[in-house]
Write a protein that binds this ligand. Structure first.
Ligand code: ADP
Ligand code: MG
Length: 713
């Protein structure tokens, strides 16, 4: 054994693959095409599949018509031209269990590639042909003369110069060279023991050269844990850093004002609302600034929770602000919150009457002149208790007397810059921040995407809701029924939304299509009804005028683009028709659907699609999910299953996509374990001073932006 310290990922990243035996110019280039430049890249290029040759992948197990993988030896190869002058390469292959014909059309190079005696894996659909089995144009992997029971198959492309067995050989050599010094394991031994994680060096060996499938699983679990732990360490360190470096207010909890507010509500709070309020209270009472995400499906009752939060600040003599993404929504919030507060009075010992009215003001860019001056003055001298508005609230020229709590509705439009502006708004202390979103994402995904926030969840709808019935109209026959249904609802005094097809490429096209839909419906299917049109190219005045008419019941049907996605609240609207529903994502459909079902009447949502090309397969998993469930969290899980986490990660996680093995979808338990471990490590050692190797890995694997805070600490 050598006495030199074990090899770290940093060491491996410093060794060029060109230094490995047998890697010359040409192979070096072939590897570079796979983004493999260093030995670290090489050993973290994991097999994409493992085949157990003793009990799977045999010819005798193939079922005609089903896709499968077989490991076989090439027996003979012939090439000829077909009548229409294409080439056809016939390969006869076999294993201990049987033989099979493989046919390649238009791949003349297969003749050179597939030599007699070569071991290959084939992935494709077997069919019966002239009494025997045959595969046509399967995916081929050259696995070389590997003898192990488990055969790793690496990602490769047919064109690239490197085959899976060459990668396997190089990985094997690299690992052999590490053997003497061993590979450093930066995860504390107690954590490894407790979570039954295999040693990292062992994990690298077992993932590439497993003896059994169980070995491979142990190795995968360990290496996936490491990936997740690194992400969580960055997030948890950032969270703790924020808490350390900013001073918040320690609000008084359980005051008279909030008590009065709750007592005056016409309904009891749901269990979920009480729980969220308690979690928020904990943050408010603490001197650390709150930084919390409130997730709750549309209609879950987030507003009451938001107002409770703002009132806690008001109670202590501070101010609260509620920010919405658009002016229309800010105005709706102002109306809604005022109604909710009624004539609530603030206990005030300085006042002759021992209390004073609560002052709520709206501030958007549409509030101008004297009115604006008065609101601004009230914010500055503290006489405005609650301000509701758009981002205009945190613009320059708006000063608060003492901003104590901020609630932001719809987090996806509230970026990092706004958050920074918020900090600048408040001299001395940082206001407590609650971010609300109606787009639920699964818990473990939230831990990663919003890992520097705490999360509260409203997972319970207030009682007495009439559930929305969702139906799918696939094709013109059913579509006729849809319009009949709309007429019936309108005849009963209700109102309808028609959502126009989403056109991603261009707003202009989308508007054109909305106008066309509007014309068509007005002239034909919905002739005689009062229709309005709403889209993104209208001025805000025009939009508000149309919304006003719809709200007042002077329009029967609102034809709109997705501008109605968030916040629009008209309880009398009981039916929604979404055209070309298959163009929308699950989350968006769910958001849209949430515009109905807001009153006491039963509501319906129609998802209209055009029939697909394949008459035998008209399945549409997203639309079917919506028909089956109205639970936003369940839908979020399905969405994650259908799409994978790619989309989630690439936007919110830019630069942090260090996840090669771990999956937020499949490794939910591991995400939680990694997060707990990250807290354990960081809380004992905030700057990872005693975890040099771990810290060095973060430096190595994360961009500066990702862990910019590390430099500061
Ligand atoms: P969200 O913002 O989460 O979509 P809202 O706060 O707008 O939901 O609430 C939706 C509706 O539910 C409102 O009409 C509100 O008055 C009502 N509501 C909220 N909480 C309760 C409750 N605990 N019991 C009954 N109704 C409630
Ligand atoms: Mg809301």
């Amino acid at each position: 054994m050598s006495t030199r310290p074990p090899i770290t990922l940093r060491h491996l990243a410093g060794i060029d693959v060109g230094q490995l035996k047998g890697v010359g110019e040409k192979r070096r280039a072939g590897l570079a095409a796979f983004d493999i430049d260093t030995v670290l890249d090489l050993v973290t290029t994991y097999p994409r599949r493992w085949v157990d040759r003793t009990n799977e992948a045999r010819i005798s197990d193939l079922v005609p018509g089903q896709e499968a993988l077989v490991l076989v030896t090439v027996r003979s190869v012939t090439k000829r031209a077909t009548r229409n002058r294409r080439t056809m390469v016939n390969v006869n292959v076999g294993d201990g269990s049987g033989r099979m014909e493989v046919v390649f059309f238009n791949q003349p190079w297969r003749e050179r590639q597939l030599k007699e005696g070569l071991q290959i894996s084939l992935y494709g659909k077997a069919d019966t042909y002239r009494g025997g089995l045959q595969m046509t144009n399967p995916i081929v992997d050259l696995i070389g003369d590997r003898t192990g029971r488990i055969v790793p198959i690496y990602p490769q492309s047919e064109k690239a110069q490197i085959s899976t067995w060459e990668i396997a050989g190089l990985v094997e050599e690299a690992l052999r060279r590490c053997h003497d010094r061993g590979i450093a394991d930066p995860v504390p031994i107690e954590i490894r023991r407790r979570l039954a994680l295999v040693d990292r060096g062992m994990a690298f060996t077992l993932i590439h050269l497993p003896e059994t499938m169980r070995d491979k699983e142990h190795a995968r679990r360990r290496l996936a844990f490491d990936e997740l732990l690194r992400v969580q360490l960055v997030l948890v360190m950032r969270k703790r850093e924020l808490e350390r470096t900013s001073r918040g207010l320690s609000h008084e909890i359980g005051g008279e004002l909030v008590r009065r507010f709750h007592a005056a509500l016409p309904y009891p709070l749901t269990g979920a609302q009480l729980r969220a309020i308690a979690e928020i209270d904990g943050d408010l009472a603490s001197a650390n600034p709150m930084h919390r995400l409130l997730q709750g499906d549309v209609g879950a009752g987030k507003t009451v929770v938001a107002v409770s939060t703002l009132l806690a600040a008001v109670q202590g003599g501070h101010q609260g602000a509620l920010m919405a993404p658009t002016e229309v929504l800010a105005e709706q919030h102002a109306t809604g919150v005022r109604a909710l507060l009624g004539d609530l009075r603030v206990p005030d010992p300085d006042n002759l009457f021992g209390e004073r009215p609560l002052r709520v003001e709206l501030l958007t860019n549409r509030i101008t002149g004297t009115e604006r001056k008065e609101v601004l003055a009230g914010l500055a001298d503290g006489s405005v208790d609650i301000a509701i508005g758009t981002h205009a609230l945190i613009q320059e020229g708006v000063a608060f007397h003492s901003l104590g709590a901020v609630v932001v509705d719809e987090q996806h439009r509230f970026g990092v810059e706004q958050r920074a502006a918020l900090r600048d708004k408040s001299s001395g202390h940082v206001p407590d921040l609650l971010v609300m979103t109606a787009t639920p994402i699964p818990r473990t995904a939230a831990m990663t995407v919003y890992g520097d926030l705490d999360v509260s969840v409203l997972d319970e709808l207030p009682p007495g809701r009439t559930p929305i019935t969702t139906r799918w109209a696939n094709g013109p026959l059913l579509e006729a029924e849809v319009w009949g249904d709309v007429r019936t609802e309108v005849a009963a005094g209700r109102q309808a939304y028609v959502v126009c097809p989403l056109i991603d490429e261009s707003e202009k096209l989308e508007v054109a299509s909305a106008e066309e839909t509007y014309q068509r419906l007005a002239a034909d299917e919905l002739r005689g009804l009062r229709l309005g049109l709403l889209h993104g190219r209208l001025s805000s005045g025009e939009k508000e005028a149309t919304m006003g008419l719809f709200r007042a019941g002077q329009l029967d049907v609102l034809v709109a683009t997705t501008v109605i996605e968030v916040g629009v609240d008209v309880p009398n609207a009981t039916i929604m028709v979404i055209l070309d529903a298959d163009r929308f994502g699950i989350a968006q459909l769910h958001q849209l659907r949430g515009r109905v079902g807001r009153g006491q009447h039963a509501s319906r949502c129609w998802l209209v699609t055009q029939p697909g090309d394949d008459p035998l397969d008209q399945s549409n998993p997203r639309v079917e999910a919506l028909v089956k469930s109205t639970d936003g969290f369940e839908l979020a899980e399905i969405d994650l299953d259908l799409r994978g986490e790619g989309t989630l990660m690439s936007t919110a996680q830019k630069g942090r996509s260090d996840l090669k093995l771990a999956s937020l979808r499949r490794d939910r338990e591991l995400v939680q374990l990694a997060r707990d471990a990250a807290f354990e490590i960081v809380d004992a050692d905030p700057h990872l001073a005693g975890h040099e190797v771990l810290r060095d890995e973060l430096d190595l694997l994360f961009t500066e932006e990702d862990e910019g805070f590390l430099a500061k600490s």
